[in-house]
Design a binder for this molecule. Structure first.
Ligand code: CO
Length: 212
C-alpha cells in the first residue's frame, strides 16, 4: 500500500501538466544542470527558494539548514559549496535569511531546546559580537529582525573566508556572495547590500594564499 497517496497524486498531476506543454522537458533536464546561483537558506517551510526568485528547476542549486548558517566545519555545506563553485561554476552565492526566523528567536532565549542549542550557539555568538547595537533596540521584534540581518551578514563573511571561495577568486573565477533577507509577511526580498566579490573586501586576517 502506498502511503501519502495524495502526494503521489499531486506528483502525477504536476509531471503530466508539464509534459503536456513541453513533452521533452524532463528528458532534457535529466541530462544536465547549469545553475548560475547557489542559494543558502533557512529550512523554514514557508520559503520556496526557486519560486521566491522566479527561477525554474535547474537554475538554482540549494542548501538549507536551520537559520542559514555557514559553519566552517560543516561538511555538508562545504561539500555543496565546493561542488557548486568548482564543478557547476555558479557565479553567485545567495545567503538568504528571513524575518521572524524561529532559529534566531530561539537563540535569543535563555531556555534550553536540546541538541539544536549547539547549532544555535553560532547565532548567540553573532548577538554577543553586536550586543551594543542590539541591546539598544527596545522593541523585541525589531531586535530579532536586526539579529536576522546581522546573522546573514556574518554568514556572508564566513562563506568568503573558506578556501573554496578564495581559490575561485585566485583563479579569476567570477563569484559574488550576497546577503538577503526574505519577509514572510510581504513575500519580498531585502538586499542587505553586503556583497563580497573579491579578497580585498575581507579582513586581512582571513586572507588565504593561492593553493600551491
Ligand atoms: Co528560519
Amino acid at each position: 500500500m502506498k502511503s501519502l497517496k495524495h502526494l503521489f497524486e499531486n506528483n502525477l498531476t504536476w509531471a503530466n501538466g508539464i509534459k503536456k506543454d513541453m513533452p521533452d522537458y524532463f528528458e532534457d533536464l535529466s541530462k544536465r544542470q547549469q545553475p548560475e546561483f547557489l542559494w543558502i537558506g533557512c529550512s523554514d517551510s514557508r520559503i520556496p527558494a526557486e519560486r521566491v526568485v522566479g527561477l525554474k528547476p535547474g537554475e538554482l542549486f540549494v542548501h538549507r539548514n536551520i537559520a542559514n548558517l555557514v559553519v566552517h566545519s560543516d561538511m555538508n555545506l562545504l561539500s555543496v559549496l565546493q561542488y557548486s563553485v568548482e564543478v557547476l561554476k555558479v557565479k553567485h552565492v545567495i545567503i538568504c535569511g528571513h524575518y521572524g526566523c524561529g532559529g534566531v528567536i530561539a537563540s535569543m532565549k535563555k531556555a534550553q531546546f536540546g541538541l539544536v542549542d549547539n547549532w544555535l550557539r553560532y547565532i548567540r555568538d553573532v548577538y554577543q559580537g553586536n550586543h551594543e547595537e542590539l541591546d539598544k533596540i527596545t522593541d523585541k521584534n525589531k531586535r530579532t529582525d536586526r539579529l536576522v540581518e546581522l546573522n546573514v551578514m556574518h554568514q556572508v563573511k564566513n562563506l568568503c573566508h573558506t578556501s573554496i571561495v578564495q581559490n575561485a577568486w585566485h583563479q579569476s573565477q567570477p563569484l559574488t556572495v550576497h546577503g538577503w533577507v526574505y519577509s514572510l509577511a510581504s513575500g519580498l526580498l531585502n538586499d542587505l547590500n553586503c556583497c563580497i566579490s573579491d579578497q580585498t573586501q575581507l579582513d586581512h586576517m582571513y586572507h588565504l594564499k593561492p593553493e600551491a
